[in-house]
Design a protein around this ligand. Structure first.
Ligand SMILES: Cc1cc2nc3c(=O)[nH]c(=O)nc-3n(C[C@H](O)[C@H](O)[C@H](O)COP(=O)(O)O)c2cc1C
Length: 181
């Protein structure tokens, strides 16, 4: 790949890698966009738990009972949206959910407060009587989801011109091109 394109893709990789050690990195949180079985777009924030640079795989944790799970099972094609507001840097990633697994050992490693998030008595999104009337049970619904990227759209806002490059996975190789921002 053309040298400059290569360095753009490298800068994306480096930023995602940094989220592992830099907990306040802006790319640690991203918007995961799915499509509901009715065809409606659904966006929500999630935490990037792991980035596998060799396969461009992004891992998150969720509750098996959340509506996003039904959407992903119905349609594994998703978009991941990353934004660094200080750098005015946006990355849109088209990806496919390639794995959904329960992981009791990983669940056991989570902080107690974090574990609680996956143990509500009734499913997330279900009506309750009051804001704080959340009840917890002993069963966990922890699930690990992994998304593999196949299209990356980098946009850097800057003067005199914004810079945009797109990358598509072709076989094992990323093919990049510059596009009008
Ligand atoms: C900062 C932030 C981080 C979040 N991280 C996660 C996460 O890692 N996993 C998750 O399932 N929900 C996370 N949520 C909650 C989701 O945004 C969403 O409200 C919830 O998962 C229900 O989504 P659904 O109804 O579309 O399935 C986070 C919310 C915020 C505000």
């Amino acid at each position: 790949m053309y040298q400059m394109l290569d360095s753009v893709l490298k800068s994306c990789e480096t930023a995602w890698i940094k989220t592992k050690t830099k907990k306040n990195h802006p790319f640690r949180f991203f918007s995961l966009v799915t499509t509901s079985p009715e065809g409606q777009a659904e966006a929500r924030m999630v935490v990037l738990r792991k980035f596998d640079v060799s396969n461009f795989e992004f891992t998150i944790y969720t509750d098996l009972r959340t509506p996003k799970m039904a959407s992903i099972v119905h349609n594994p094609e998703v978009e991941l949206l990353f934004y660094d507001h200080k750098k005015l840097w946006q990355i849109r990633v088209k990806a496919k959910c390639i794995a959904q697994r329960e992981d009791p050992a990983l669940f056991a490693q989570q902080q107690e407060a974090a574990q609680k998030d996956y143990t509500t008595l009734i499913a997330p999104g279900t009506e309750i009587k009051a804001m704080d009337a959340v009840e917890y049970g002993s069963k966990n619904h922890f699930v690990v989801l992994t998304f593999r990227a196949y299209h990356i759209d980098h946009l850097q806002l800057k003067r005199p011109n914004h810079q945009r490059a797109i990358f598509t996975l072709q076989g094992q190789e990323w093919k990049g091109s510059f596009v009008t921002p």
